[in-house]
Design a protein around this ligand. Structure first.
Ligand SMILES: C[S@@+](CC[C@H](N)C(=O)[O-])C[C@H]1O[C@@H](n2cnc3c(N)ncnc32)[C@H](O)[C@@H]1O
Length: 516
């Protein structure tokens, strides 16, 4: 096993897009927490520390052509892969740097956004210091930093699994992938023989099944790093606070609403707490949080009231996420099921059903004039949290109903991605310049889209079936692999039908596909 400061470098990571890393998501969370988000209309700068294979970096760069994106990673194979994707997608706004954080070039400049996902819990205390030094030097005043980490108490009962995986892997031969496979086989063995730890911790026993579905490269990066650890929010907030970076909020959006995260019997506890970090700590226990995405800022500028938000942070656009949504709407956000109903939400559904509006336009619209702007803003933000509304960096195209005619993908980055990743075994995210973020589709959907663009609608199901057959991939039906060719062809035909009637209009609404 080779490692840089305790971080493995002998196997590459897996590609993945994380929507929480999008500037639009960070800006929305800042605004709803009454912190002025960085202005982006004239352009902005974004740095990803530890960009891995760069799928978030490149997708966000494609979705925000007016932003400048920089990724740093110590693994040369990772940065070379990002360079290839940058070239294939024709991206002109990405710089990739192969370096450790402590060797980041002095000419990096300052950034409005700095994001690090999958770093903080997995690197040494020294590297965490290196990260804070980069933030100190390169985060602009008012800039936002996003950091993800394994959190306590959710990780507490799983921590021994990581311990045993790492200890067992260290005894094995081969590269990190081989070692983690051997270690996982050992853990399954002792779990299946009812080792007392698993008997006493049934959720840990179930967790092993989840590990078995994961890519071995992911598992190697997750579990074999020497310094892996998990943190209480208070620890991370203290480290960032000491570096002059106060807490702003967190992602997903619902985590900013404690009433969406904890059961009603805890509500009194929260109502009597005014310190946000204490609230966060309560919440992590009441919800057994295992992973956090926290946002901090340098010299955050507070927005005193909703009027200040409407004046200074009003370039986000809101729209109903799924056309045809009706009330009551239920969302289960982990611990509690929340129900959305009532006249305010009905009016919002009507106003935002087929067009996107800015918050100032919503509060000024006739149905909302009698409602306090504060209440309207909270309903919109909570609606985003519950998946009722989507938030976008700019106005969204007005596309309604069925879309017909030729399907095309206007963006070169998206075209390159569907050509290279279709049937690659994992979801891909396509960039939308309208929303400013990426939107995931399955790898089978990617092959359908590729075929539709290349050769049109006629015979698309047959062509997708043929590609499936040559790839050797089989579809799953209710957890069973479909091996019969006729059954597989029927499933593909149904999937193509659904894709054309549901997914293509949804992608057209995002401006990712064009039709006609
Ligand atoms: C778990 S991966 C996450 C990759 C990416 N952020 C993502 O979400 O897909 C962690 C990445 O951090 C990089 N890394 C670890 N320690 C580093 C250091 N000291 N300097 C630069 N990169 C580092 C690794 O090479 C790896 O690509």
């Amino acid at each position: 096993m080779t490692a840089a400061a305790g971080y493995i470098t002998d196997v590459t990571y897996v590609p993945g897009f994380y929507a929480h890393m999008a500037p639009v998501a960070l800006r929305h969370v800042a605004a709803l927490n009454r912190v002025a988000p960085p202005r982006v209309a004239e352009g902005f700068r974004y740095l990803e520390l530890g960009c891995g294979l760069g799928r978030s970096l490149t997708t966000l760069a494609a979705a925000n052509p007016h932003g400048q994106f920089v990724g740093i990673d110590v693994n040369a194979e990772h940065t070379a892969a990002v360079e290839r994707d940058v070239a294939a997608g024709g991206l002109r706004n990405v710089r990739v740097i192969n370096a450790a954080f402590d060797a980041a070039p002095a000419d990096l400049g300052s950034f409005d956004f700095i994001a690090l996902h999958g770093i903080w819990s997995w690197v040494s205390p020294q590297v965490r210091e290196d990260v804070l030094r980069v933030l100190d030097r390169h985060l602009a005043p008012g800039g936002l930093v996003l950091v993800s980490y394994n959190a306590l108490p959710g990780w507490a009962h799983l921590q021994p699994i990581r311990g045993i995986l790492r200890h067992y892997a260290a005894l094995r031969q081969g590269d990190s992938v081989q070692r983690i496979k051997d270690a996982l086989a050992y853990v399954v063995y002792i779990r299946d023989k009812h080792a007392k730890y698993f008997e006493d911790n049934p959720r840990a026993a179930a967790y092993v099944d989840a590990l078995l579905t994961q890519d071995a490269k992911y598992l190697a990066h997750e579990y074999l790093n020497e310094h892996w650890t998990s943190f209480y929010v208070a620890d991370v907030a203290a480290a960032f606070g000491a570096a002059g970076l106060p807490f702003v909020g967190s992602l997903p959006v619902h985590t900013n609403f404690w009433d969406l995260c904890v059961r009603p019997e805890f509500q009194e506890l929260f109502r009597t707490t005014t310190n946000r970090l204490v609230t966060e700590a309560h919440k992590d226990f009441c919800a057994n949080t295992a992973f956090r995405w926290d946002i901090f800022s340098r010299q955050p500028r507070t927005l005193a009231d909703v009027e200040a938000r409407l004046r200074e942070a009003d370039d986000l656009h809101f729209r109903v996420a799924r056309p045809g949504t009706t009330l009551p709407w239920q969302a289960n956000l982990g611990v509690v099921t929340s129900t959305v109903q009532g006249p305010l939400y009905q009016a919002l559904l009507d106003a935002l059903g087929d067009r996107s509006l800015r918050l100032s336009e919503i509060v000024a619209a006739e149905p909302f004039r009698a409602t306090r702007p504060d209440d309207v803003a909270r309903a919109v933000d909570a609606g985003v949290a519950m998946g009722l509304f989507e938030v976008a960096a700019g106005p969204l195209p007005d596309v309604t109903g069925n879309v017909t005619g030729r399907v095309s993908v206007p963006d070169a980055f998206n075209r390159a991605l569907i050509a290279s990743e279709a049937l690659g075994g994992r979801a891909i995210a396509l960039a939308s310049r309208h929303t400013g973020t990426g939107h995931s589709i399955g790898d089978l959907e990617a092959v359908m889209l590729h075929e539709l663009c290349e050769r049109g609608r006629d015979g698309v199901a047959d062509r997708v079936s043929a590609r499936l057959a040559t790839s050797g991939r089989t579809l799953q039906q209710q957890g069973r692999a479909v091996t019969d060719a006729t059954e597989q062809a029927q499933l593909v035909a149904q999937a193509c039908d659904t894709f054309l009637t549901t997914s293509v209009p949804a992608l057209a609404r995002l401006g990712i596909v064009a039709t006609g």
